[in-house]
Design a protein around this ligand. Structure first.
Ligand code: ACM
Ligand code: ZN
Length: 507
């Protein structure tokens, strides 16, 4: 056992990203059923112990399901001169194939004989893409999903509504896309430049397109969690249906042309707002089968509620003393509506303000503070702290001299992402509430898909590493070496535009 483990460590552990060698004993018992080999990361040929093996077609690749294992858990065994995968479900087989692709990438023609046992530590391993500040085509969204699959990330958080554009077709509310999907122009350069390009910008996904994306993701064992923002970041919705804002139907709401936080929010005191949100969510639930629906909840200023007769009347009726309770009321109403459909909400950590239902999952973005608070309250948490996992931040300290493209700000080198401890300050009971981690890519300053790739690669590998191995990450240099050997060849083969600062020692 010790000998085998040492051998494996020597041969493989330094080479693989996100592989945890927790056991090497043979899998025993359980129902064994063959599965078909339909989705493979890359068609590749390898030589194992002198035999030529094509993992796409060759029956020498054996896959088995053992239902006694965790659904995403797998063994990948090459020590008998052929490739064998045993997993708890087809998802586990799929993740094993990603590991195999990395082995093939780094081992060239000869795969060493090893047995790998691997399983994710978090059921939720997410990456978010803002398709509102800039729009990405269905094909690009699918490429983003391919990137997640390669890194064994299993949730795609699709940010579909914003001040600067509403991107999801909703049949009951056609103006959301007729009006709300287009802004008349876009800010040029950094916030405050006060220069605009004078060019209308827009785009949206039809319901068929969104269903197509859901299917594409599901084939890769990735769940799509849609986000519909409320009560803030609502300018595009209000430009379409101004009667839903506190300023009323005669106010000239506009799809925003610059970035930031805007005072225009949904009117919490207008019952039509709830009818609208429920109607939108009905259609969203028809398209997206995910258990979670993200309802936003962040950055919703309350000045308009302070002045609005309808909001103030509702506060009086309910006995609320603070506007924060209106936010809590709206989120809880929606949470209960979705619970009736068998769904659960995720909201940004502002949903803690004014009180939050125990059923809500809190996405901690303003650092890990909100997540720690929520876990201590007994709420489930997804950790997406801006200080570690905002992939729209710069990647080096010397950003300008290093030639980094314009970014929103911050500084988030690969090393910092790798060092995130999702369990910091939590006891064992509280740790159980951390359901996962996620990286977010806001796209104010990211207009092309090549640029998206540059921002997420290779930082996505650090996200994967923390998600599959949250404890015991101690060797950053070995991690960088594994990316260079196991992932860069795949990035190159696929033509991805990755950032190379970490490999060149550029800080
Ligand atoms: C956020 O970054 N406003 C969630
Ligand atoms: Zn109002």
């Amino acid at each position: 056992m010790t000998f085998k483990l040492n051998l494996m460590k020597k041969l493989i552990y330094p080479l693989l990203a996100a592989v945890v060698l927790t056991a090497i004993s043979a899998c025993g018992g359980g129902e064994i059923v063959p599965v078909d080999l339909s989705i493979v990361p890359n068609p590749v040929s390898v030589l194992g112990c002198g035999k030529s093996v094509n993992i796409q077609e060759n029956p020498a690749v054996k896959t088995r399901i053992n239902k006694k294992m965790g659904a995403e858990e797998y063994y990948l065994d090459t020590h008998k001169g052929r490739i064998e995968i045993t997993a708890g479900s087809e998802a586990g087989v799929f993740w094993a194939r990603q590991t195999l692709a990395q082995m093939v990438a780094q081992c060239g023609d000869v795969l060493p004989g090893v047995r790998i046992h691997d399983y994710p530590k978090f059921p939720y391993r997410g990456a978010h893409l803002d398709c509102c500040r800039h729009f990405f085509s269905v094909d690009e969204v699918k490429q983003f999903i391919d990137i997640l699959a390669l890194h064994k990330i299993n949730v795609f958080h699709w940010h579909l509504t914003e001040d600067q554009g509403w991107r999801a077709e909703i049949k009951q509310y056609p103006k959301l896309t007729e009006v709300g999907s287009v802004r008349k122009e876009t800010l040029v350069g950094h916030y405050g430049s006060n220069t605009y390009d004078g060019t209308p910008y827009g785009g949206f996904y039809t319901q068929d397109e969104m269903r197509d994306v859901v299917t594409y993701a599901a084939e890769r064992f990735i769940t799509v969690v849609p986000e519909i923002e409320m009560p803030g970041h609502a300018s595009a919705a209000l430009a379409s249906y101004p009667e839903l804002g506190c300023r009323g139907k005669d106010y000239p709401y506009e799809v925003q042309t610059t970035w930031g936080v805007f005072p225009e929010v949904f009117c919490a005191g207008n019952p039509e707002t709830v009818t609208f949100l429920e109607g939108v969510l009905d259609e969203i639930c028809d398209i997206f089968p995910s258990e979670y629906i993200h309802i936003g909840g962040d950055e919703a200023p309350r000045e308009e509620w302070e002045k609005c007769p309808k909001c103030q009347a509702l506060m009086k009726e309910k006995g609320f003393t603070r506007e924060a309770e209106l936010q809590s009321y709206l989120i809880t109403t929606v949470e209960q509506y979705l619970a009736g459909k068998g769904r659960k909400i995720i909201g940004w950590d502002e949903i803690l303000e004014g009180g939050v239902s125990q059923n809500a999952t809190v996405m901690s973005w303003r650092g890990a503070k909100g997540g720690i608070e929520a876990a201590k309250l007994g709420n489930d948490v997804i950790m997406t702290p801006n200080s570690y996992f905002y992939f729209d931040y710069y990647q080096t300290k010397g950003r300008e001299e290093n030639g980094e493209p314009l970014a929103i700000g911050g500084c988030l080198p690969l090393r910092k992402c790798y060092e995130f401890d999702p369990y910091d300050q939590l006891d064992d009971d509280e740790k159980a509430h951390i359901k996962g981690i996620q990286a977010n890519l806001w796209t104010e300053y990211i207009a092309t898909f090549d640029h998206v790739q540059h921002m997420v690669l290779p930082r996505m590998a650090a996200l994967a590493e923390v998600a599959w191995n949250p404890e015991g990450r101690t060797d950053y240099d070995a991690f960088v070496g594994r990316i260079e050997k196991g992932l860069l060849p795949i990035y190159c083969e696929r033509g991805y535009h990755y950032a190379d600062y970490a490999f060149k020692g550029i800080e």
